[in-house]
Design a protein around this ligand. Structure first.
Ligand SMILES: [Ca+2]
Ligand SMILES: [Ca+2]
Length: 454
């Protein structure tokens, strides 16, 4: 466990570094869900000035929009509360496509997210549950988190963490962020500990490794350790800048924190991302904004999950594709191919996924795994679609307990995404060091995912 913690800390350091290296990736737009006007409004991300109604009022029947997210197909999905459905809009133009999902015991949809299995997860506020819909067809699949599981009450925001598990904010006076197994939906415990969150309405992991949570009933923004869930502090104090009912929150390109105020006004408030001090009303009623529920910048990173794995060398001992989704000690285990030519790594595994964007400003590949013996050389390669060959980006000795390695590409990242299809591929190889005479060993892979920023 200790090794795992160390690896996580180094991964967080990498995140911080990347945040500094990636400042050139400026989003153009801030999208805000304007509940009272039944529209999604677009603002200039740098100035806050109104640009247009990306999704015009009532488009396709949109009524009381809440959670929204860009899907794996690049389109925008919006929870429409009054119609009890999830609407889909063209991700480029904002044009209505269809009423994507509805039905099942859905009652007041709130936060929505796509999962590692490519399906759509919806917080059903009034049934105290999380529902799952087919990510391709929109058909209802099941109650992924059954009503009240782990004490879930009035779920509002929900996101998959970088560990692949599902985090759900719920509860009123004794609110918290709860964690559910990303593949089974089983309750894993309350993630936030040390302080209750009075009505958590949104949350976000920041580059500093902390989790920032809107406490709607306390008019404040709380901060928790993003890895352990331990309470850190009240980051934005109650009522700062007149804050009355914080809801959606995100960090902007300037490193500051943007918070929707719901429902009192049409304000998006900006707070210093380092001190939490109030800066200004970044948006105040622009474009008719009223009851802003959620917001997002146009270049938020999206997760690409492994869709296929291929064993070029080695023998599958145990596990399968779903083991690669979540950091949960459940692994794909592959043994050495003893017949491999001596100049070739006897374990070679390729994983493949799909990026939502073909021109990313940043691409990260995250690997978590281990080898059964010491002195096994591990290489991580990403497929370069320009040179049409694998490019080696990391090499080192594999650890004998889980370690997490995150490769961060900020320069010319589009070379690792196939034009037209968005395909991304990574190759992982293991080979015993020259001085080692062991031939029978195996590797366990706990997680392989990509995080891709438009
Ligand atoms: Ca692990
Ligand atoms: Ca796993």
């Amino acid at each position: 466990m200790k090794g795992s913690t160390t690896a996580r800390i180094s991964a967080l350091t990498a995140t911080l570094f990347a945040a500094i290296a990636g400042v050139n990736a400026q989003p153009k737009y801030l999208l805000v869900c304007s509940m009272d006007t039944d529209s999604i409004l677009r603002f200039d991300a740098a100035t806050g000035s109104f640009v247009d109604a990306f999704v015009p009022s009532g488009s396709g029947g949109l009524s009381s929009p809440h959670g929204f997210v860009f899907g794996p197909d690049g389109n925008l999905y919006v929870a429409s509360r009054i119609t009890q459905s999830i609407m889909r809009y063209d991700g480029e133009t904002g044009d209505f496509i269809d009423e994507f999902a509805s039905g099942g015991p859905l009652n007041l949809p709130n936060g929505i997210a796509f999962g590692p299995d490519g399906n759509l997860y919806v917080a059903s506020s009034r049934s105290d549950s999380v529902l799952r819909y087919d990510g391709q067809t929109g058909a209802f699949i099941d109650e992924f988190v059954p009503p009240g599981s782990g004490g879930l009450s009035v779920p509002v925001p929900l996101y998959f963490g970088s560990d692949g598990h599902l985090y759900v904010g719920g509860g009123v006076l004794s609110g918290s962020i709860k964690r559910y197994n990303g593949t089974t939906g089983a309750y894993m415990g309350d993630f936030t500990v040390g302080a209750v969150v009075p009505s958590p309405t949104d949350f976000v992991w920041a580059a500093d490794g902390n989790l920032y949570v809107s406490a709607w009933d306390a008019d404040s923004i709380m901060r928790f350790n993003g890895v352990t869930g331990e309470f850190v502090d009240i980051f934005v104090t109650s009522g700062s800048g007149g804050l009355d009912g914080p809801r959606g929150l995100r960090f902007g390109p300037d490193g500051n924190l943007y918070v929707c105020e719901w429902p009192r006004s049409g304000r998006v408030l900006r707070f210093d991302g380092f001190t939490g001090e109030f800066i200004d009303n970044f948006i105040e009623g622009g474009g008719g904004l009223s009851w802003p529920a959620y917001l997002m910048f146009s270049n938020e990173p999206a997760t690409a999950w492994p869709e296929v794995f291929r064993i070029f060398r080695g023998l599958l001992l145990s596990g399968g594709l779903p083991d690669l989704f979540v950091s949960d000690e459940s692994r794909l285990v592959v043994q050495t191919d003893v017949f491999a030519p001596s100049n070739e790594p006897p374990v070679q595994i390729e994983v493949e996924g799909t990026s939502q964007t073909e021109n990313p400003s940043e691409l990260r590949f995250r690997f978590e795994g281990m080898a059964s013996r010491a002195f096994i050389e591990r290489r991580i390669l990403l497929y370069n679609y320009v040179t049409q060959s694998y490019e080696e980006l990391h090499t080192g000795f594999a650890a004998t307990s889980d370690e997490m390695i995150e490769i961060v590409v900020t320069a010319n990242a589009s070379r690792f995404v196939e034009p037209g299809t968005g395909q991304v591929k990574s190759l992982l190889t293991w080979k015993a060091a020259a001085f080692s005479f062991f031939t029978g060993w195996n590797v366990g892979i706990d997680q392989t995912i990509w995080r891709i920023t438009p």
